[in-house]
Design a protein around this ligand. Structure first.
Ligand code: CO
Length: 132
């Protein structure tokens, strides 16, 4: 089902400060995008091999990332795996007993089609299926 790790999502309170922090690892190629549908402002930092760090700052208090920050503080939020066909991957994941957060894919950063699997069904990790 998975073809590679697409990105690691990290919840942050201050996007500018987080971008500065991650530039310390040499990640200076930054693409910033607001995704209203997910309630987040995102910075994508390629790390090579197609993998990326995705920094997520909530746009408002209603954002799921705001709830995450309030509960757990800044840090790792989800792992996204690349799939060729997100609808097929979602159907297969459901067949395997994983529970999606939404029944249909949503638009993610960079025009990706994404769907999340509930951490309660994955042993504690929020998993994103990501089709580019
Ligand atoms: Co993501």
């Amino acid at each position: 089902m998975f073809t590679q790790i697409d990105h690691v999502g990290i919840a942050v309170e201050d996007l500018d400060a987080a971008i500065k922090l991650w530039s310390g690892f040499g990640l200076t190629d930054v693409t910033i995008e607001t995704v209203e549908e997910q309630g987040v402002k995102i910075a994508m930092l390629p790390v090579g091999g197609g993998g990326k760090v995705e920094l997520l700052q909530p746009l408002n208090e209603q954002s799921p990332v705001a709830a995450f920050l309030a509960k757990r503080g800044p840090g790792m939020h989800h792992v996204a795996f690349r799939v060729d066909d997100v609808v097929a991957a979602l159907a297969e994941a459901k067949k395997q007993g994983f529970q999606p957060l939404t029944e249909t894919p949503r638009r993610g950063a960079g025009g990706a089609q994404i769907v999340f699997l509930h951490p309660r069904s994955t042993g504690g990790t929020l998993v994103e299926l990501c089709q580019r």
